[in-house]
Design a protein around this ligand. Structure first.
Ligand code: GDP
Ligand code: GDP
Length: 439
């Protein structure tokens, strides 16, 4: 499971700047999809092969008694509780202040691995000015400059190294297809996730047992349906109590993100009576970014009238346009309507995500596509495509080799994507196309 890093500190010390540094590797993917909210506080990052999740917390005033600061403090505490390591950011130029002391006190008491970082340290004579941060009682301070990037790498290494047990975890093992579909049911609180799961699993002869928990507290439920094995991944939004599933009160973005990462297929549940909310769009954005296969279910269809139905269908087209590749189901978990076909889409999305595509077939399809319509010239360059091979599964990646491929227009990439999707019957999974230019 990906480790979680929380950025904590008072306002204006440079947390968001560091957040952007730590997550920049994935941003390009997200930017390609219109309609995705950019205002995010959770991000993915990668250092070498080690992937991680970063949480940017708002300004933290642990002693705030009321109002927005109290709410921010609450959110920050939750983020800290869910993280594996805390990066505590202070301002190298402003020096230590009372708020820093409060935060330090809170973190010391918590006893979580913590890396103390003095930001805005560019051009400073190290050591001298930073000595005062020792008062915070969190050990040595690491000077960084989020704005210029200095020290960010060592800060990240220190943070990851301080997580116990991380080094021993699996080294991106290439996963064999075991025939088990790992399914995460994601969605905001109250959209009907537990009702749906209980409706489903109640009707089956459920073979449920807890797998021995991993070090970081995951729960999953294996079961079988129509000869197909599934493993339902706990999203913390949902917990099993005896034979019944129920939503626990606290919605956890971190747990949702981790469940999404660990799934083959994510069933994203929306509430028809609420329409597509910002939080829905956020969760959808995370799923997209993770590259997981996805099926959409609009629940509580029984509770909306014709006008609302039309509205929500329009909202899905606009706000979730980037999930166009996913199948959509209009269901009622409570009345058990429309549930069967959702399973079909889950299996179809899984099969699509795991599809094997041979180099000869890919190359033939590529050549046919180019013969039908060649990529346009861009200035002096005409992209030349030579062959294609599969670069990965879940999500499928198609790598196209040739010359001047950095000049291929986006519209052409979409054209190719459409052809490949059709030829391989890829539904419910993202498809990534990458270019490798030789010379
Ligand atoms: P946050 O409120 O903690 O998220 O802080 P921001 O990331 O929004 O940064 C607050 C201000 O500090 C902004 O004006 C940034 O441009 C500036 N800042 C951030 N990092 C650095 C840095 O490394 N050096 C300097 N000089 N300024 C920085
Ligand atoms: P969760 O937080 O996503 O797990 O949501 P729950 O399964 O606890 O459901 C939240 C509320 O929505 C409960 O009061 C359910 O009875 C109700 N609900 C769930 N599914 C449906 C549905 O299909 N139609 C209607 N009208 N209400 C539903």
């Amino acid at each position: 499971m990906k480790p979680v890093i929380a950025l904590v500190g008072r306002p204006n010390v440079g947390k968001s700047t560091l957040f952007n540094r730590l997550t920049s590797s994935r941003d390009a993917i997200v930017a390609d999809f219109a309609g995705l909210t950019r205002d995010r506080h959770y991000g993915n990052g990668k250092s070498g092969k080690q992937e991680y999740i970063v949480i940017d917390t708002g300004g933290f005033e642990p002693t705030a008694e009321s109002g927005i600061y109290k709410e921010m403090a609450k959110q920050t505490r939750q983020a800290v509780a869910e993280s594996d390591v805390v990066i505590f950011v202070v301002d190298a130029r402003a020096g230590v202040n009372a708020q820093d002391h409060e935060i330090a006190k809170y973190l010391r008491r918590l006893g979580k691995p913590t890396v103390l970082v003095a930001n805005k340290a560019e051009g400073m004579t190290q050591g001298l000015q930073l000595v005062e941060f020792f008062e915070l009682g969190l050990g040595e301070v690491v000077p960084v400059s989020g704005a210029h990037g200095q020290g960010v790498r060592s800060m990240l290494d220190l943070a990851l190294e301080s997580i116990p047990g991380l080094a021993e975890e699996d080294e991106e093992a290439v996963e064999a297809d075991t025939g088990v579909i790992r399914l995460a049911v994601a969605g905001r609180p109250n959209v009907g996730k537990s009702t749906l799961i209980n409706a489903w699993l109640g009707e089956e002869r459920l073979v449920a047992f807890d797998l021995p928990g991993t070090t970081r507290d995951t729960i999953s439920v294996p079961f079988e349906r129509g000869g197909q094995k599934y493993e339902l991944i706990d999203t913390a939004g949902i917990r099993r109590k005896g034979r019944v599933f129920e939503a626990i009160e606290k919605f956890s973005v971190v747990k949702t993100l981790q469940a999404i990462e660990n799934a083959h297929v994510v069933l994203l549940v929306l509430d028809a009576t609420q329409g597509v909310t910002d939080q829905d769009a956020h969760i959808a954005g995370y799923i997209l970014e993770s590259g997981r296969a996805v099926v959409l279910a609009i629940n509580k269809w029984d509770a909306v009238d014709a006008y609302q139905r039309e509205q929500i269908e329009r909202q899905i087209e606009t706000r979730l346009a980037f999930l166009k590749f996913a199948s959509l189901h209009l269901i009622s978990a409570q009345k058990r309507q429309g549930l069967g076909p959702v399973w079909k889409s889950i299996a179809q999305a899984h099969a699509s995500a795991m599809r094997k595509m041979s180099t000869p077939v890919l190359t033939r399809l590529l050549m046919e596509a180019v013969a039908f319509q060649a990529p346009t010239r861009s200035g002096m360059f005409r992209p030349k495509m030579r062959y294609a091979h599969q670069g990965g599964m879940n999500p499928p990646v198609i790598v196209i080799h040739g010359n001047s491929l950095e000049h291929v227009p986006d519209a052409y990439t979409r054209f190719l994507e459409g052809r490949f999707r059709k030829a391989f019957d890829l539904v419910g999974t993202p498809l990534r196309i990458e270019y490798k230019t030789s010379e």
